[in-house]
Design a protein around this ligand. Structure first.
Ligand code: GRF
Length: 203
C-alpha cells in the first residue's frame, strides 16, 4: 500500500512510519508527504529518507475546497491508497473526508472517545484518569471520531505533567501507527458502520 502522510510539524509519527517501512517485509511505503507549513520539521525527515514532499499552503489557494482538491490530486498522482494524518493540524472538509472514505486515518493522543480535540494530556491529568493513551482511527467528518483501529494505553502517575505524560503516550503512538497501517495493508481491518472489525490475533 502506498501511503500519503499529511503533516504540520515535528513529524515523529511520520518517522515511525518511515522506519517501519524500511523493513522490506512491511506491507506499506510512504510515497508522498504533504505539509501545510513550509517549516514543518517532518519535511526534513521525509527528504532525508528520499521521499517526495509537497508544501501546499492554504493561503496560496482561493479557498479550502481548492486547497484540498490540490491535495487529493497530488495524492492520486502519487498512487496513494491510504492517507495518514500525522499531526496535521487543520480540520478536513466533508468533501475531502468523503473522497477518501475508509482510506483516511488519524492518530490522536488519547483513548477516544475520551478527550477529542487539543491539550489531551493536560485534560487527562485534570480529569484524574488512571489510564491514558492513543488511538488510530478512520476519519469521519466530526473531529476525532471514526472507527477505531488500534489503541494503546499508558498509566497516569501522581507526578505526571502534561510533558511527561505526552512523552509516555508518544512512545506508544510510534508503535500504534505502524501497527494500524500494517493491519490495514494486510487486509485485517473491515469497517462495518461505526466500528472497525480488526483481526488482531498475534499482534
Ligand atoms: C501526535 O501527538 C499526534 O497524536 C497528534 O499530533 C502529534 C503529532 O506529533 N495528532 P508528530 O508531528 O507526529 O511528532
Amino acid at each position: 500500500v502506498r501511503l500519503g502522510v499529511l503533516i504540520s510539524g515535528r513529524g515523529s509519527n511520520l518517522q515511525a512510519l518511515i522506519d517501519a517501512a524500511s523493513d522490506p517485509t512491511y506491507p506499506a511505503e510512504v510515497a508522498l508527504v504533504i505539509s501545510n507549513k513550509a517549516d514543518a520539521a517532518g519535511l526534513e525527515r521525509a527528504r532525508a529518507a528520499g521521499i517526495a514532499t509537497l508544501v501546499l499552503k492554504p493561503k496560496d489557494f482561493a479557498n479550502k475546497a481548492a486547497h484540498e482538491a490540490a491535495m487529493t490530486t497530488a495524492l492520486q498522482e502519487a498512487g496513494v491508497g491510504l492517507v495518514c494524518l500525522a499531526g496535521y493540524m487543520r480540520l478536513l472538509s466533508p468533501v475531502f473526508v468523503a473522497a477518501w472514505h475508509n482510506r483516511l486515518i488519524n492518530i490522536h493522543p488519547s483513548l477516544l472517545p475520551s478527550f477529542p480535540g487539543l491539550d489531551t494530556h493536560a485534560r487527562a491529568i485534570e480529569a484524574g484518569v488512571w489510564l491514558h493513551g492513543c488511538t488510530v482511527h478512520y476519519v469521519r467528518v466530526e473531529m476525532d471520531t471514526g472507527p477505531i483501529i488500534v489503541q494503546a494505553a499508558v498509566p497516569v502517575g501522581d507526578d505526571d505533567t502534561p510533558d511527561s505524560l505526552s512523552a509516555r503516550v508518544l512512545e506508544q503512538e510510534h508503535k500504534a501507527y505502524p501497527l494500524a497501517v500494517r493491519l490495514i495493508a494486510e487486509g485485517r481491518v473491515t469497517v462495518e458502520g461505526d466500528r472497525a472489525l480488526v483481526k488482531r490475533a498475534g499482534v
